[in-house]
Structure formats: C-alpha cells, structure tokens
Design a protein around this ligand. Structure first.
Ligand code: STR
Length: 506
C-alpha cells in the first residue's frame, strides 16, 4: 500500500515537474539536454554502466555536451564536464551554488547535515568553516610550527621504515598512521603508537564509511530504500557507531579538562567558541554550536584529513612504481638541492621543481575526489546560457576536467614535465583545467596542510629510500576503486635504502 502511495506521489511530482519545464521552455528559457528519464526511476536506465560514474559521465558528454542533466530518481541533477562551467559554478556564482543535497548516507554521517563537508549553506556552516580555518594550525600551545609537527611525524615513520627494508611491505598502514597523527595532533593534541588498537579501529570504520557514503549508492537515489534490509546501510551504521564511540570519548575528555587559558588544539578552540556563544560574546549572533555540531565538525576534519592525504600518497607511490624514471629524477633533484647531510624542509619547496610537478601531475591524472561533493543551487540561476532551477544538484566531473583533451595533450599519459616551464621551473597550473582542491566558498579547507605533508613526506622518503615492486609480486593497476574517494587497490612494495643516505646516518 505504502509503495503505491509513494509511486502515485512520485508520478504526480514528475508530471508537475515536466509541465513546469514545458511552460518555462515556452517562455524561451534554455535547459541543459537531459538523459532519457522515466517516472519513478528517472534516468536510471541510462546510468547503468560497467564504468565508474566519472568515466561514464565523461563518455556521455560526447552525446549530450559538456553540460547535461539527468534525473537521479526524483532529483534533478546537472553534470558539468569542463572547467569553464565548473568555474562559473564554484567561483563566479560560488555563493549561489554553495548548497549541499540531503542524502540518506551523508545525513546519517553528519547527524542531519551538521559539520562542514556535507552541511547545507547556512550561517552556522559559515561560522564553523571560518572557525576551523582560523584555528586549525594553532597547535601545541603555538610552540610548534606546522612544519615542525609534520617533520617530526615524517622523520618518525622514515626511521621506523629502516627496519623493514628489503622485504615486501604494506606501506599504507604506517602512512595512514603518520597522516592520522598529524591531524590528530592538530585536532586533539594526541597521537598513536604503532599497533594501537584504537588506530586500527579508526582505519576500519573509515574504510566502512568510504565504501558506503556517496553517490554510487541506490539508497541515496531512492531514500525509501533505507527502510528495507540493506547491507551498505548496515555497514555505514556500524562504522558510524564505531567512529562515535571514539569521538564521544575524546570530546568528553576535552570538555572535562577544558581551560580557556590553555588552548592546545582545534577541539579546545571549538569549545572556546561554544563558551563565547553561551556567554553571548560571539561576534556572530546565533550560530549553532551544540555538542553535536562541534563533534561533526571534528569528524569531518579528521575524516577528510586522513583519507584524502593517505590516498594521494598511495597513488603517488603507485605511479612511481609504474614510472621508475620519475622516481630517479626526483632523487637526483633531492641530491642536487638538499644533499644528504640534512633532512628536507619546507623552504626546499622552491627548488624541488620536479617533485612538485610529480605531486601535481598525480593529482591531475588521479583526482582523489573525481566528482567532488555535489553542490546545490540555492536560488533560480543559470550556468552559461542554461537556466538552472533552485534546488538543482550540480555534479562537477573533476575527472573529465583533468582529462580534457582540449586542455591537456594526451591527458591519459603520466607526464610530470607538463607542470614544468621551458626552464624546468614548476608551474602551479599550466592549464586552467586543473582544480584538485575544488574552488570557491567550498574549496578544500586542508589544502595548505595537504600540500605541505605531501612535499615533506616525499622529499624525506625519497632521500632515504627507493621503492620497488617486490620480486614475484604483480604491479597493481591504475584503475582504482570508485567511491567518494578513489582509492588504489591494495599493493605491496619493497624498500631499498639509498646508498647516499646509508653513508650519512649516524
Ligand atoms: C572519509 C571517511 C570518514 O571517516 C569521514 C569522512 C567525512 C569527510 C569526507 C571524507 C570521509 C572523504 C573525503 C571528503 C571528506 C570531506 C571532504 C573530502 C569527501 C567520507 C573531499 O571532498 C575529498
């Protein structure tokens, strides 16, 4: 019975939607080409594909153009595949498109749209984002700089890895621990030793979330599916419960030890803001700073800080295994500019052009979030000369933008030199069709931190080691598993200590 009523409501919804579309067309408004769509299921038939969504959308633009629309069940979605439209949405009309859809999975993850990543546009969202932006790098009583903090973690992992040279190794658990420790020191002023069971629990829940949250998920298309037994939903709920038990404990500990005179980490700063709002000293009236809001903001920063950076490191290592000549070139550059008497520091960034170019080329060819997070139009607006009604979802296909043949020569070829000018100097963006961190009001909050970590890790790591494919192991492919972050398949590596470094360590 329930199903019939839902079906009826949806059909009526569709009829109203299409009638209004026809009326608007008669008024001379131009709409993006739409994939064939039917009542109830929307464009689901045209979305069936063996390819991951970003590749399927990239192919569809051959028929439908670089901007087209589709129906995800009852949801009207516009897909953008070139940088011109993407920049209009993210930058020029950034505020108009700064909304987020409410999806079953992201609502569960963010306790109904609290936090930063999945929260809709609101004064509370803006307040939290600003708070994080201005407080995230004030760590450890301000005694340590961000560079010192990262270098300590990088040195610690590299020293530990010395024990594991010359044998097959799954590097990623330790890389994740390093990245987790950097963000954990900034957020909670605490870190994890090798083998800490709480860290293992975090790896597990995070993987559970990555595998279930996001677009490739039918219950996000048809929200009523959440009421039926559903494995993805079970995994997601289990992972969230596990995350919440850790988060809750950290939160209560911080609350109990809170002292407004001694702010040691991001959570302390959020608690201070909460206190200010309670005492009405807040510069902005009325943003919500409930415990739930604070916890969700912490969860977002933590989840984003860990998953994105460790995935990028994994991709870079995998590409180095596929292109050993790139690794040799970076090592020569380190040799010539840093030597082996001292570890690299952030000021070396202006000399290690080839390393910078390799990091950027990997972010281009393998963007961590190939479809970003969907945006929502907050008002009736337009993209180019297309009319875009309020509440339309907008998906930016970053993959297509980074593989656009009009902008990149042989975009499928891995070639760091495309980020070098004729003198061999690193160029931030040889084409405007490069947005690895997004842009505009929703641009990645952690861009500076991520870039520093990637640079310091690879400069230090490649000064000491060479990575190789272990004998008898197959080289993992470059396709990856599609999801909210695009991760490579698991792979093993073998480390060789570099002669130059061996000779110099005490
Ligand atoms: C990873 C898994 C986890 O434990 C928590 C989160 C929440 C924040 C998410 C993160 C996820 C994946 C990467 C995201 C990030 C917010 C911004 C970032 C989606 C699901 C990107 O846009 C790449």
């Amino acid at each position: 019975m329930d199903l019939i009523v839902t079906a009826l409501i949806l059909t009526v919804g569709f009829v109203i939607f299409f009638t209004s579309l026809v009326q608007r067309k008669l008024k001379g408004e131009k709409y993006p080409k739409c994939l064939p769509s039917f009542p109830l299921i929307g464009s689901l038939l045209s979305l069936r594909s063996n390819l991951p969504p970003h590749l399927h959308f990239q192919n569809l633009q051959k028929t439908y153009g670089s901007l087209f629309s589709l129906m995800m069940g009852p949801r009207y979605v516009v897909v953008i595949n070139n940088y011109q439209y993407a920049k209009e949405v993210l930058l020029k009309k950034g505020k108009l498109f700064a909304g987020r859809p409410s999806l079953v999975s992201t609502d569960l993850l963010s306790r109904d749209g609290k936090g930063i990543a999945f929260a809709n546009y609101s004064p509370t969202w803006r307040f939290h984002r600003k708070l994080v932006q201005s407080n995230i790098y004030q760590c450890g009583n301000g005694l340590e700089t961000l560079e010192e903090l990262i270098c300590k973690e990088v040195t610690s992992i590299c020293t530990m890895l010395e024990q594991f040279v010359d044998a097959p190794l799954d590097l990623m658990t330790e890389v994740s621990r390093m990245v987790t420790n950097v963000i954990s020191l900034l957020c909670f002023n605490s870190s994890y030793e090798k083998g800490d069971p709480e860290f293992q629990k975090m790896l597990d829940y995070s993987q559970g979330i990555v595998e279930t949250v996001g677009r490739d998920n039918l219950m996000d298309v048809f929200s009523w599916l959440q009421y039926f037994p559903n494995e993805a939903l079970q995994t997601l709920k289990r992972s969230i419960a596990s995350r919440d038990s850790i988060l809750h404990r950290k939160f209560e500990e911080h609350k109990a030890n809170y002292n407004s005179e001694s702010i040691n980490d991001l959570l302390d700063s959020l608690l201070k803001a909460q206190e200010n709002v309670k005492n009405n000293n807040s510069p902005i009236p009325g943003p919500h700073l409930t415990d739930d809001h604070l916890q969700m903001t912490m969860a977002d920063i933590f989840g984003a800080g860990v998953e994105t950076t460790s995935t990028t490191i994994a991709w870079i290592i995998l590409y180095l295994l596929h292109h050993p000549q790139v690794q040799t070139k970076i090592q020569e550059e380190i040799e010539n500019n840093v030597g082996h008497e001292r570890p690299p520091k952030i000021s070396d960034r202006c000399n290690l052009h080839f390393l910078n170019a390799t990091i950027s080329e990997t972010l281009r060819i393998q963007p961590v979030a190939p479809l970003l997070i969907p945006h929502v139009a907050l008002v009736d607006t337009s993209i180019g000369d297309y009319t875009i009604p309020k509440d339309s979802n907008v998906i930016i296909n970053l993959w297509a933008i980074h593989h656009d043949e009009k902008e990149w020569k042989s975009p499928g070829t891995y070639d760091p030199t495309r980020f070098l000018d004729t003198e061999g100097k690193y160029m931030h963006s040889p084409s405007p069709s490069f947005l690895p961190f997004g842009a505009g009001p929703r641009v990645c909050v952690g861009e500076v931190l991520t870039k520093m970590q990637l640079f310091l890790f690879f400069a230090t790591f490649l000064q000491r080691f060479t990575v190789e494919v272990p004998a008898g192991h197959q080289l993992a492919g470059l396709i990856g598993k599609s999801g909210i972050v695009q991760q490579p398949e698991k792979f093993k590596i073998q480390l060789k200590s570099r002669k130059a470094w061996k000779g110099c360590v005490s």
